[in-house]
Design a protein around this ligand. Structure first.
Ligand code: GLN
Length: 553
C-alpha cells in the first residue's frame, strides 16, 4: 500500500509531534504520556509512538548504562523505556509498531534495495527514508483521535535530521489543522544573574525553524515559575503565541504531571492549536487520588534490591514504578535500598537484617554478581524475609534452593561459564504460536529471546493463584534460560512448589516456597504491566508482605 492511501486511511487522526531541544533527558516521554492522559481524561482516544534516530535495530542489545531499561511490549518487541511511560499513563498497550528506530528502517530499506524492489532508481534519504518514516507514523491509526509522535534526541543531532524532515513534510501533507508541533526546552536558572535564561530556547527554536518546523507550543522545563517578562520574550523571539509558552515546573512525583500540566493549560493550548473549542473538561479524579496517595503515605517499608546497574535509576524504570504503584495500593511509601550484587558478595550480610522488610532480586544477565544475588536469596529464605525474584531473580532462587536445600551442590545456570548441575538451562524447544521453534546460543543476539506475552496456568490452591484470583494469566517475558525440569522431583522434595507452568507444562513460570511467609519467583516481568491506577497484584501482595514484616522487626 502506498504512503498516500495509508494517509487517507488514518485521515481522522490528529498528530502531535514532540521534539526536544537544548539538552537531552528533559522528559519528552513523560510529557507526552502526561498530555496523552489529559486528552484521554477529556474522552479522546490516543496512540503514542517513539521514533529513535539511532542505528541500533532496537535497544535489545544495548547496555543499560547507554539506554536504561528495555521495555518489552505484549507482542514481543524490545523497545525504548518511554513506551513504559506511555502505557503507565494511558493504560493503552503499545505494540512493536510504536517504537521505530533508524536502524530498523535502514535494515528494511536496504533489504528491499537488495531484492531489487526500487526498480533501478537511486535510493535516497529523501524521499525513500523519509517516506518510510511517514508510513510508520501514519500506519494503523484508524479510529484514534490523537497520535503522539515523539522524536528521540534533540534538534540539531545529525542522525535526527531525516526524522525532523519527515514530520515537517507531514505537516504539509496532512489536511490543514491536523498537526501540532510541541517543542520541549530548558530554561536554566543562572544564579549569578538571578534569572531564568531564555537564550538556549531561542537558539533551539532557531535550529528547528532552519529545518522548516515552526513550533506551535513551547513546553519550557524550569525549576521556578517563568516571570511574565521572560514569557513575553520567548513568545516574541520564538514566534509563538504568548499563552502557548507553557511552563513545566519540576514535579515531586511524575504522577503529579497530568494535574500540573492541566493547571498550566497545556491541554487547552493543544486543543486550541487544533481549533477544537468544544472539548469536554477533563475528569482528573483518578489522578488526584493517585497524587494524594503518593504524597500522604501512612507508613513506610524498606525493600532491599540486589541487582546490577543499581546506580542508574533508568535501568530498572518499570520495576521502580511498579513498586510505587504497590505502595499507593498499600498506602505506604516504598523506600528502595539498592545494593550492587558484587558488593553483596563481600559485605557482612547481617548488616541488612532488621533494616529491610523484603528482598527483591530483579532481572539480569551474565555471571558477574550472581553469587551476591544467591546470598541474598539465602538470607530471605533462612530468615523468612519476603522475597520476590523476577526472571533472573527466580533463577537465582532455584540455584540457591538446589545447592542449600536439595543438596545439588554444583547447581548453576548454563548462562555461566562452568556448571556441573544445570538447574537453569536453555530448553531446546518451546511452543511458539503452535509451531515448534528452536533457540540456541549461536543465533543473532537481537531478538533471540523468548519475548512478549505468554500464557501460564497457576496451580490450584497455590499462593500465586490466590494473589491473582484466577488460574490463567498472561505476562510479558524476556529471557533465554529456564528452570530445567529434570530436577523437578528433587526440588519439590526440598519444598519448592512449581506453582505456575506454561500451558504445555514444559516451562516453569512461577515457583514458591511452602514454609515461608512470602517467597515467590516468576520467570516473567510483572513490572511491565503495572499502572498507578491498576497496580499489579503480585507487587501489591509483595508490599503487603513487607508491611507484615515491618510489624515484626
Ligand atoms: N539471563 C536470564 C535469561 O536470559 C534472565 C533474563 C532476565 O532476567 N530478563 O534467561
Amino acid at each position: 500500500m502506498g504512503f498516500f492511501s495509508l494517509l487517507c486511511d488514518s485521515i481522522m487522526a490528529r498528530y502531535i509531534f514532540i521534539t526536544g531541544g537544548v539538552v537531552s533527558s528533559l522528559g519528552k516521554g513523560l510529557a507526552s504520556a502526561a498530555l496523552a492522559a489529559l486528552l484521554q481524561a477529556r474522552g479522546y482516544s490516543v496512540r503514542l509512538r517513539k521514533l529513535d534516530p539511532y542505528l541500533n535495530v532496537d535497544p535489545g542489545t544495548m547496555n543499560p548504562y547507554q539506554h536504561g531499561e528495555v521495555f518489552v511490549t505484549a507482542d514481543g518487541a524490545e523497545t525504548d523505556l518511554d513506551l513504559g511511560h506511555y502505557e503507565r499513563f494511558t493504560g493503552c498497550p503499545s505494540s512493536r509498531m510504536d517504537n521505530i528506530t533508524a536502524g530498523r528502517l535502514y535494515l528494511d530499506l536496504l533489504s528491499k534495495e537488495r531484492r531489487g524492489e526500487y526498480l533501478g532508481v537511486t535510493v535516497q534519504v529523501i524521499p525513500h527514508l523519509t517516506d518510510a518514516i511517514k508510513e510508520s507514523i501514519t500506519a494503523e491509526n484508524e479510529g484514534v483521535d490523537f497520535v503522539f509522535c515523539e522524536i528521540g534526541g534533540t534538534v540539531g543531532d545529525i542522525e535526527g535530521l531525516p526524522f525532523f524532515e519527515a514530520i515537517r513534510q507531514l505537516g504539509n501533507e496532512l489536511p490543514r489543522g491536523q498537526a501540532v508541533y510541541i517543542h520541549l526546552t530548558l530554561l536554566p536558572f543562572v544564579a549569578a544573574a538571578g534569572e531564568l535564561k531564555t537564550k538556549p530556547t531561542q537558539h533551539s527554536v532557531k535550529e528547528l525553524l532552519s529545518i522548516g518546523i515552526q513550533p506551535d507550543i513551547l513546553l519550557c522545563r524550569c525549576d521556578r515559575p517563568i516571570p511574565e517578562n521572560e514569557r513575553r520574550k520567548i513568545a516574541l523571539f520564538c514566534n509563538v503565541r504568548e499563552p502557548a509558552v507553557v511552563q513545566a515546573l519540576d514535579v515531586k512525583s511524575i504522577y503529579d504531571a497530568p494535574i500540573v500540566y492541566h493547571k498550566e493549560r497545556l491541554d487547552s493550548e493543544v486543543l486550541s492549536a487544533f481549533g477544537i473549542t468544544n472539548a469536554p473538561e477533563p475528569d482528573l479524579k483518578t489522578w488526584h487520588t493517585i497524587s494524594h496517595r503518593v504524597h500522604n503515605p501512612e507508613g513506610e517499608v524498606r525493600i532491599l534490591v540486589v541487582g546490577k546497574y543499581t546506580s542508574l535509576p533508568d535501568a530498572y524504570k518499570s520495576l521502580r514504578e511498579a513498586l510505587v504503584h504497590a505502595g499507593i495500593a498499600n498506602r505506604v511509601r516504598v523506600c528502595l535500598e539498592w545494593v550492587e550484587s558484587e558488593i553483596f558478595e563481600k559485605k557482612d550480610l547481617d548488616f541488612f537484617l532488621g533494616n529491610v522488610h523484603a528482598i527483591l532480586v530483579p532481572g539480569g544477565f551474565g555471571e558477574r554478581g550472581t553469587e551476591g544475588k544467591i546470598a541474598a536469596v539465602k538470607i530471605a529464605r533462612t530468615y523468612k524475609i519476603p522475597y520476590l525474584g523476577i526472571c533472573f531473580g527466580m533463577q537465582m532462587a532455584v540455584i540457591e534452593i538446589s545447592r542449600n536445600v536439595a543438596g545439588i551442590t554444583g547447581a548453576g545456570s548454563t548462562e555461566f561459564r562452568h556448571v556441573q548441575e544445570p538447574v537453569i538451562s536453555l530448553m531446546t524447544e518451546w511452543t511458539d504460536d503452535d509451531e515448534r521453534a528452536h533457540r540456541s546460543k549461536s543465533t543473532d543476539l537481537g531478538g533471540s529471546m523468548r519475548l512478549g506475552s505468554y500464557e501460564a496456568y497457576l496451580k490450584a490452591g497455590s499462593k500465586i493463584e490466590n494473589i491473582y484470583g484466577c488460574n490463567r494469566i498472561f505476562e510479558r517475558h524476556r529471557h533465554r534460560y529456564e528452570v530445567n525440569l529434570h530436577y523437578r522431583d528433587r526440588l519439590e522434595k526440598a519444598g519448592l512448589v512449581f506453582s505456575g507452568l506454561s500451558p504445555d507444562s514444559l516451562l516453569p513460570e512461577v515457583i514458591e516456597l511452602k514454609d515461608h511467609p512470602w517467597f515467590i519467583g516468576v520467570q516473567y516481568h510483572p513490572e511491565l504491566k503495572s499502572k498507578p491506577f491498576d497496580p499489579h497484584p503480585l507487587f501489591v501482595s509483595f508490599i503487603a508482605g513487607a508491611v507484615e514484616q515491618s510489624r515484626l522487626v
